[in-house]
Design a protein around this ligand. Structure first.
Ligand code: GTP
Length: 597
């Protein structure tokens, strides 16, 4: 396809503003699918995506419209997948900004719009859902201009649901979004935008060709990964798979190259010709690093092997989470896993339970800490990264601990502002900005990631009855007064419950945890102390009273010696139990205890 006939664009939208519905309409209008095939939303093709209404994996569709090839790049819609979003955006020259005519501009939209602007995109505003009685297109136009700073005069008014404005959107894409640039004679240079595992095709790689061209039988090289592969298929999605002879500059499509694992393909890598390589790789490549870690353990110890297999299978299709074996005194054998964020964690957890039918216990999520250690007798001073509170080094060697911080943007209707400010303050937030836009406050806070991973998002949503929106990116690590808090049940530390906390919030957290465990652990024949401790110092304590088995009841009063003997025997029994350390902590207790209140 000649360059001036190609348009590459993505759709930016806040969750629920109608991105998928609009994408389906565009596909339908340009003849990709029949009415009958349109029954299920096409782009969101994973179950969990559908249920949660969010897009997890990027997909792309090639549309033919009035002699032009339009490539619609779908992007993941959640902050956890920000890097994947950035690569998808880098593959496009423009974007449709879809804003709900009744809801207006939201925080998530903003973050993505700014990213899109950073990629020099031409942005076409689309005001969707104008069929709704509550639609206020003029107000939304004003918001787009005031809040985002984009001209919105020629925004397209549309209803993806009733099919209004679809041709106008397609015409605007052709007229307003610039054609890609590229040199067909230069050595091949293509960006690896995304990849996934397909049971029939193996690993499918979504690419955007910058220069040169790629065809079947070509030897290609991944410049960052350093590996060489033979291309065995080239094609595109309409959204059904169609094989093509080649992909030239400016084009978006897929290749397969007999690759077995997604982990061998890295988003943002540069694909070039193995024999005639490009001089340099594309800019912007980043190694994706998990930021949230937790342990996953099978409820039934016999499921460990099944868990290993299932995790390995999931990992085939998602190189962005990591896992390694972990053992816990309380929970047995399991895996320490790293995720891009809490949503990512939940998705993996949900897939394990749903697709692989596994009952799992998740330990307290932890972020990555940088710990500066002084030298010891045998080791020099050094800096380590800590993913697991259980691996906390000897406190005497700790010089300082740094924790990751984020920059968060929160949109919240005025009436909930007070409670949200308090929440941010309680979580050690530093307010950077507070402005009003329409009836809503736009808040900017710097927050320690550690205070956000537990339940910040849930709290935010419940405080604001779902109206607050939240978006963040990591900024830097900062030194903090951080300590490891252990939870002791019957004087034994339960490793799965230990966590790294700020000294200032430790007591409140410790108390909350002890109180919850008190309710969750059933009574035993002996008294069970539950303590939260920092080092050797107990900062909170609860006691579960003993269940008194009335052994003397059988004695019908009378015989005092016999009574005493029985009591002695019972004491012995208690001791043995304690020696075995046999407090039965029900599995639900772990999950419930970790749910911060
Ligand atoms: P994510 O995939 O989570 O980003 O959501 P989305 O932006 O793709 O939203 P989706 O297309 O799933 O639409 C969200 C809801 O809005 C659905 O219930 C749609 O039926 C509805 N919807 C989409 N477009 C319109 C529209 O033009 N008018 C009306 N009334 N409803 C719409």
């Amino acid at each position: 396809t000649p360059l001036d006939r190609i348009r590459n664009f993505s759709i930016i939208a806040h969750i629920d503003h109608g991105k998928s519905t609009l994408a389906d309409r565009l596909i339908q209008r340009t003849g990709g699918l029949s009415e009958r095939e349109m029954t299920a939303q096409v782009l969101d093709n994973m179950d969990i995506e559908k249920e949660r209404g969010i897009t997890i994996k990027a997909q792309t569709v090639r549309l033919d419209y009035k002699g032009h090839v339009l490539n619609l790049m779908d992007t993941p819609g959640h902050v956890d997948f920000a890097y994947e979003v950035s690569r998808s955006l880098a593959a496009c020259e423009g974007a449709l900004l879809v804003v709900d005519a009744a809801q207006g501009v939201e925080a998530q939209t903003l973050a993505n719009v700014y990213q899109s602007i950073e990629h020099d995109h031409e942005i076409v505003p689309v005001i969707n859902k104008i069929d709704l009685p509550a639609a206020e297109p003029d107000k939304v136009k004003a918001e787009i201009e005031d809040i985002i700073g984009l001209p919105a005069d020629d925004a397209v008014l549309a209803s993806a649901k009733s099919g209004i404005g679809i041709d106008e959107i397609l015409d605007a894409i052709v007229a307003r979004i610039p054609a890609p640039k590229g040199d067909v004679n230069a050595p091949l240079k293509a960006m690896l935008v995304d990849s996934w595992y397909d049971p029939y095709l193996g690993v499918v790689i979504l690419i955007r060709v910058i220069d040169g061209s790629i065809k079947k039988g070509q030897q290609i090289k991944f410049m960052q990964e350093g590996s060489v592969h033979l291309v065995d298929r080239v094609g595109c999605f309409r959204p059904k798979i169609e094989q093509l002879a080649d992909l030239g500059p400016g084009e978006i499509g897929f290749i397969t190259a007999q690759i077995k694992e997604v982990a061998q393909t890295r988003v943002g890598d540069t694909i070039t010709d193995a024999k005639r390589p490009a001089a340099e790789a594309l800019p912007g490549f980043k190694e994706v690093q998990p930021v949230v870690f937790c342990g996953l353990f099978p409820v039934d110890a016999n499921d460990f092997e099944k868990l290993r297999e299932s995790i390995s299978k999931l990992r085939l299709n998602d190189a962005s989470f990591s896992f390694e074996m972990e053992t816990s005194a309380a929970l047995g054998f399991g895996f320490r896993c790293g995720f891009l964020g809490l949503l990512h964690l939940e998705i993996i957890q949900e897939r394990l339970s749903r697709e692989y039918d596994l009952d799992l216990i998740t330990t307290a999520p932890s972020v990555v800490y940088r710990i500066h250690l002084t030298h010891s007798k045998t080791e020099p001073a050094t800096t380590i990264e800590l993913h697991n509170p259980a691996d906390m080094p000897d406190p005497n060697r700790i010089e300082s601990i740094e924790e990751p911080w984020i920059d968060a943007t929160i949109y919240v209707p005025d009436e909930y502002l007070g409670s949200i400010l308090k929440l941010c303050q309680d979580r050690r937030g530093i307010q950077k900005d507070l402005t009003y836009v329409g009836g809503r406050a736009q808040l900017r806070y710097e927050l320690p990631l550690n205070e956000v991973v537990f339940d910040f998002y849930d709290r935010l949503k419940s405080i604001s009855r779902g109206y607050a929106s939240f978006d963040y990116h990591q900024i830097e690590t900062r030194e903090g007064d951080l300590v490891k808090m252990s939870i002791l049940v019957n004087n034994e530390a339960v490793d799965a419950l230990s966590m790294i906390v700020h000294r200032g919030t430790a007591e409140a957290r410790g108390r909350g945890m002890c109180e919850r465990l008190k309710d969750l652990i059933p009574r035993h024949l002996f008294k069970i102390p539950i303590q939260a401790a920092i080092g050797g110092k107990v900062i909170a304590r609860e006691t579960i009273a003993a269940m008194r088995k009335d052994v003397t009841a059988k004695c019908y009063g009378g015989d005092a010696t016999r009574k005493r003997k029985l009591l002695d025997k019972q004491k012995e029994g208690k001791k043995r139990m304690r020696e075995y350390g046999s407090v039965q902590i029900p599995q639900e207790a772990f999950i419930a205890a970790l749910r911060m209140g």
